[in-house]
Write a protein that binds this ligand. Sequence first.
Ligand SMILES: Cc1ncc(COP(=O)(O)O)c(C=O)c1O
Length: 499
Amino acid sequence: MRERSSFLRNRKSSSQAARLPVDAFSIDRASREPIQQQIYTALRDLILRGVLTPGLKLPSSRELSRNILVSRNTVVRAYEQLNSEGYVETRHGAKTYVANIPPPSSPAVRHDISKMAGRVSRFAHAFDPEKRISFSSDRSALRPSTPDVAVFPFTTWNRLFGRYLLHPNVDLFNYNYDLGYPPLQAAIARYIQAYRGVVCEPEQVVVTNGAQAALDLLSRMLLKDGDVVWMEEPGYVNARLVFSAAGADIEPLNVTEEGWGLQNVPEGNIQLIYTTPSCQHPLGLSMRVEQRLRLLDIANRKAAWIIEDDFDSEYRLFGRSIPAMQGNDKFGLTIYVGTFAKTLFPAIRVGFMVVPQSICEQVKRAALYCGQQVSLPLQATLSDFIMNGHFASHLRRTRRLYAERREAFLKLGHKYLNEWMEPFEADVGIQIAFRFKRPLDDVAIASKANDMKLNVVPLSRYYYREPIRGLLLGYAAIDERAMQSHLALLAEVIKEQTS
Ligand SMILES: Cc1ncc(COP(=O)(O)O)c(C=O)c1O
């Protein structure tokens, strides 16, 4: 633009006033962008590019408006906008000059953005993108840990939610209840006392954006560089990541079908123990009571906190869910973490933790200042959903449905996959871990299967030392027909990989 020879000239005082490239004002009258905005943008860009240099006088609003055939007010408003943002300044009455804006750096001193991106904290580096598996999002297929969203009672939910929107309650639409929304704290406390055997007062319930936010907050609060977390292996990758990001070293607490390897307690200090005793992730096993008591005892001896992640124990194939370990804790060391991701739907992003009284206020304040509060209208809807009995009936219904599907899936799994793999002996949760019967590369198989949108996870992903190879498969979100076709396709993939 600068090279063009034709300029709009300030007629009266062309010697000192800005010469503006004529195409700077190709005002587009058909555009939806207001003319005032077009003038503002054109002048701002000329200033930023250094075409209009500091100190240069701009044409008066009257002259410019005449030249470009727009109303004077429109130009005045554009000049006012430039003035208020600091691109121009008005001096000597009404004269407008280009302000003194530092020129853009020369390319020679421009920083290498990719290097700057590499300079982020170790915390950020911990979340290495390669650790993620990308699932196809247009269907669940065999994706582990996935409930059937289609059976969620959205009509009821929408009615409850709509009530708050139709009759907005100022309480729920302002900065309120910083340290917890009491009706939801009470509803969750009642549920986990009755169904999970958790011992707590409602004030100990801290509602979070999913269980993950609770794990992140706890790891940042309880761990320092070099602290030791004794963590289940195989174990929950997302928990491990936030512990590592907080600077902790991870010691494996091996889990097999024989139980938790509590005989191999790490020497030295342990600051935190992470466990999923009522539905081991990913194997779906549950810890026997004598092991629970022993683990609590070890925590007490080592002065370690325990995070009990109770993410999926509602779905037990036979009988009642096994009560939470927190209920056995006489020492006040267990922080119980729960989520509604499986019992309602994952995208609800509501989880919670039950924090021992000794650190409860500290955790609540940290949640507040880390921006961890959950939307109040959502909390109100969820508390109504629980208190009016809808949560209990949805649980009853999905328990039945998932138990039937689990049985069907195991039968079909045997039919299609028995040649290569067998399920772990487990009866809890909405996913099933299978181990290979002979040495096979689970990462390669999963990768091929996921090219076909099957959404499986290699079992070795959950191990950091000596992996058991196999696949983790979800069954809860699909009916028998879908199971048949997905498992048949998976069998083909494995056959191809092994031939
Ligand atoms: C062990 C474990 N904990 C917690 C969660 C749920 O976390 P969130 O509530 O953040 O979805 C999952 C989800 O799959 C999980 O596998």
